[in-house]
Design a protein around this ligand. Sequence first.
Ligand code: T3D
Length: 294
Amino acid sequence: MAGERATHPRVAVSGPFVALRREPQLTQTKDAQLAAEPPLLVSRQGAVTILTLNRPASLNSFTTAMHALLLPALQAAAHDATVRAVVITGAGRGFCAGQDLADPAMAGNADVGAVVERHYKPLAERVRTMPVPVIAAVNGVAAGAGANFALCCDFVVAARSASFIQAFSKIGLVPDCGGTWLLPRLVGRARAIGLAMTGDKLPAEEAERIGLIWKCVDDAQLMDQSLALASRLAAMSSKALAETRLAIDAALPLDFAAALAREADIQGRMGRGADFAEGVAAFLAKRPAVFKDR
Ligand code: T3D
C-alpha cells in the first residue's frame, strides 16, 4: 500500500502522507532549530494511519499551526475508506503537554474560550465520532488538553514511563478537551475531582490500575503493541466498532429499560448490514471474516 511503513513511525515517516506545512512566526530558538520539521507527521502502516505530534522540544504542546494540521489529518482519515484505525503518538520524550502556553494565540488578553471553541471542541468531537477506532499511544507525559485528547481516544496504551496530568487548575483553568465529561465516567467523581483539583501527576501504571486507561506497557513495546491492537481492530467491522462506541456513550445517562430499547433499535440496523451477513457466513464456513463496510 502506498506510504506503508514497516518501521517505527517516529524514525521513518515520509511519503505522500507527510504534512509539509511549516510553523509560521517561529520566534523561539528551539522552534527555530526545528523550523524544518512539520508539527505533525502522518504515515500509514497497512490500514492504519499514524499521527505523530511533532514538537518534541516543547513536549508536543499544541500550537495553532499544529491544530491546523491535526484536525484535517483526522478528517482525512475519517473520509478515507482504506483507513480502518488511527494511532496517535508523540515524538521525543513527551506525548503532549496541552496548549502551548508560549503560543502567540495565548498572549495576555487571549480569548481562551474562543481557543477552546475553535480548536479543542472540534478536536474532541472529531476523535469521539471517528468511523474507525482511535488509539493513543502515550509515549511520555500527557498534560492538560494533551491528557484529555488522549482520553478522548477509544484506547489509551501508555508506556510505563508515561504520566497523566490534569494541569489546568495550576494555571487557573478547568479541564477542557472533554475532561469534565470523561474523567468522572472513567474513574468516578472522587478521583475525577482529585485529579482535576490537585493537578498531580498520575503514573501510567496507576492510570491503568484505576481504569483511566486501557493498558500500560513496557516503553520498548509501546508502538509494537499499539500497532498490533490497531491492526487487530482494523480487521474487524468498523461499523460495529463505531456503533459500539456510540451506543456505550449514549447509554450512560439512560436507565436500563431505555438502554435495552436503544440496543434493539441499533441491532435492527446492524442486522441489515453487510458486515453482519459476512460475520455470520464466515463463522459458519469456519473462515476469517473479511469486513469491507465502513
Ligand atoms: O487557550 C487555552 O489555553 C485553552 C486551552 C487550554 C488547554 C490546556 O492544555 S491548558 C494546560 C496547558 N499545559 C500545561 O499547563 C502544562 C505545562 N507543562 C508542565 O507542567 C510541564 O512541562 C510538564 C509537567 C508537562 C512536564 O514537566 P517536565 O519537567 O518533564 O518538562 P519541562 O522541563 O517542564 O518541559 C520541557 C520543555 O517543554 C520546557 O522548555 P525548555 O525549558 O526546555 O525550553 C517547557 O517550557 C516546555 N513546555 C512544556 N509544556 C509546555 C511547554 N512549552 C509551552 N507550553 C507548554 N504547555
